[in-house]
Design a protein around this ligand. Structure first.
Ligand code: PMP
Length: 288
């Protein structure tokens, strides 16, 4: 049987899954989403992703399409039907279907779409050699903490990065501060050994991987600092890396073509990756 998608209460073949043309997600990008990694059939950091979904929905005053407990059952059902063991589960909630009009509709019911995708972990080459990033202007709106499906600036930045032969874009504000990547959080390790990532505020998405790492690392005795860093500081860093639910932790070894440190993934990044992967393994063991 082919891959299925979940669309507003029905499990339908992926190729035939459709939404109404007046779904406000389609018309206005009036919706939010989540991506949860699946490893060995286990949803990693599921509660944190559902908490963030709740936050995004509340900030935009969109109702939960189904109760949280029901959503958890649907996620598992779709994973089971699709035989998903390793990959991601994507779910998006929009404000629903209504005649096109900017103001909130009175009677629309929020709409839920869920898909799964098989995805391998980052390749051995990516982990051994690291990836390149390209700095791009951060032209997004002022509420990047909401995981909105409106991703046009992220798409443009990522495309510009790919055209510059980089894996990811690092988004830079007019004042030179690196906020985050187009779909990842950005980190550096300074020459003094401080691990630095942008503080959690409206300027960045509070990454679940970012938060998990912050918590795991504190107990490992590594010094992590949540503060802004500039592109200049990033160029001078001894190590850099990025985090996200689909990539976990990937070393960054070039920024705008310049080598970070000695141009190889650094020991702190490698240690953090080990700590993170152990955390994932613990979740898998606890679930089975
Ligand atoms: N920042 C942005 C802009 C993102 O889109 C993502 C991925 N959703 C992240 C950071 C990383 O967040 P997470 O660790 O929750 O995947």
């Amino acid at each position: 049987m082919g891959r299925l998608a979940y669309v507003n209460g029905r499990y339908v073949p992926h190729g035939h899954a459709m939404v109404h043309i007046e779904d406000r997600g389609y018309q206005f990008a009036d919706g939010v989403y989540e991506v949860v990694p699946v490893v060995d059939g286990v949803l990693i950091d599921e509660e944190q992703h559902l908490d963030r979904l709740g936050y995004s929905l509340a900030e935009l005053r969109i109702d939960w399409p189904v109760r949280r407990a029901a959503l958890k059952l649907i996620l598992r059902e779709l994973m089971a039907r699709n035989g998903l063991r390793r990959g991601i589960i994507y779910f998006q909630v929009t404000r629903g279907v209504a005649p096109r009009d900017h103001k909130f509709p009175c009677a629309a019911k929020s709409a839920l779409v869920i898909t799964t995708k098989r995805l391998s972990p980052p390749s051995a080459a990516m982990i051994q050699d690291g990836v390149a990033v390209s700095t791009q202007p951060d032209i997004r709106w002022a509420r990047r903490d909401i995981k909105s499906i409106s991703l046009l600036p992220n798409i443009l930045a990522k495309q510009a990065a790919v055209e510059a032969k980089a894996f990811e874009a690092w988004l830079v504000k007019a004042d030179g501060i690196v906020t985050e990547g187009s779909s990842t959080n950005a980190w550096i390790v300074t020459k003094a050994g401080e691990v630095v990532t942008h503080a959690r505020n409206h300027d960045i998405l509070g990454g679940v991987t970012r938060q998990a790492l912050l918590e795991l690392v504190t107990s490992a005795g590594i010094k992590l600092v949540e503060r802004s860093f500039t592109v200049t500081e990033a160029f001078a860093a001894s190590e850099a890396f990025l985090t996200s639910s689909s990539a976990f932790i990937v070393p960054v070894t070039r920024i705008d073509g310049k080598a970070v440190g000695n141009g190889k993934p650094g020991p702190i990044t490698q240690k953090l990756r080990e700590i993170y992967v152990e955390g994932v393994d613990r979740q898998i063991r606890a679930a089975s």
